[in-house]
Design a protein around this ligand. Structure first.
Ligand SMILES: [Zn+2]
Length: 295
């Protein structure tokens, strides 16, 4: 999709499932199950939606999804269906992993950075060999000292090989990655969680990562149970959504299983999400297909 001088594509890397209660925190199931129906194990369907921004000069990939390195047992636990493999992840947009200049990682949880590394000839290597992976230094440090509750979401094999290959660009706070694309620290989900704000000509947009994972999370108090600082998430969402609505930003949701991008409007004292048309997901080259459906 054209966006000022940029070209944007969504790459759906996988679909998976997580416990509905954990996804919606203190919101009662009677409410969340209306928009996100639960399966027999109380899990709701999610996706990993990566955003590729081609600025014309540089190619920036936001997030990497779950990746390939999962046992059968784990795949079952998460209802994980990979839709692409790490080596061929960019085939659908007629690119190769070597073409990516920057990979932005919102935070180091496995459903965001799992696809950053892969096994090649028995060794763990970065999937994008020429890219700098943009990581908050505070998030990196936390990943190695996470306590018992936070620990389960971090797998060192997802990110330690990036450092061994000298491919991490550590940032400390807000940072302009390439002209027109910024990472901005929000906190909330983790202390150093970052979103990606981008603008070109008159168009503005934001990739909310885990601050607003699906369209059902647009209501500010609908915060995930996974969040380390849920009250901060609630306030941050209100601030960012107000700006997004006022300036008609494109908003992108990392785990939305339906159409993952659109606009938000103020609706009384709430926010309402309006998805873009499905053909916005067709790749600009005309080749490749729209999002694989959740099924
Ligand atoms: Zn997360």
């Amino acid at each position: 999709m054209r966006f000022g001088k940029f070209d944007l594509s969504i790459i759906r890397e996988c679909v998976f499932k997580l416990d509905g209660g954990a996804m919606f925190g203190v919101v009662p199931k009677a409410l969340w199950s209306k928009t996100s129906p639960a399966d027999e194990e109380n899990r709701v369907v999610l996706a990993c939606n990566l955003l590729l921004i081609d600025t014309g000069e540089k190619k920036v990939l936001i997030e990497t999804g779950m990746g390939d390195r999962w046992s059968e047992k784990e795949r079952e636990r998460y209802g994980l269906k990979s839709l692409v493999s790490s080596a061929t992840i960019l085939d659908q947009v007629n690119l190769k992993p070597e073409d990516i200049d920057f990979v932005v990682i919102s935070h180091l949880h496995f459903d965001h950075v799992g696809g950053a590394t892969m096994v090649k000839d028995g060794k763990l290597v970065p999937v994008f060999p020429n890219a700098q992976y943009v990581v908050q230094k505070g998030e990196w440090d936390f990943a190695f000292k996470a306590n018992a509750r936070a620990k389960a979401s971090y797998r060192p094999d997802d990110f330690v090989p990036l450092q061994e290959h000298n491919q991490i660009l550590f940032v400390d706070g807000d940072h302009e990655v390439v002209p027109g694309i910024w990472v901005k620290v929000t906190g909330g989900h983790t202390s150093h969680h970052q979103v990606v704000y981008f603008e070109s000509e008159n168009d503005k947009g934001v990739y909310f990562a885990d601050i607003i994972p699906t369209k059902s999370h647009v209501t500010p108090p609908w915060v995930m149970g996974y969040d380390h600082y849920p009250l901060i998430s609630c306030d941050i969402k209100s601030d960012w959504l107000a700006r997004a609505a006022q300036e008609n930003w494109l908003v992108v949701f990392d785990h939305e299983p339906g159409i993952p991008w659109g606009r938000v409007k103020v609706d009384g004292n709430k926010f309402a999400f309006e998805a873009l048309a499905e053909d916005s997901l067709t790749f600009a080259s005309g080749k490749g297909k729209a999002l694989a459906s959740v099924g």
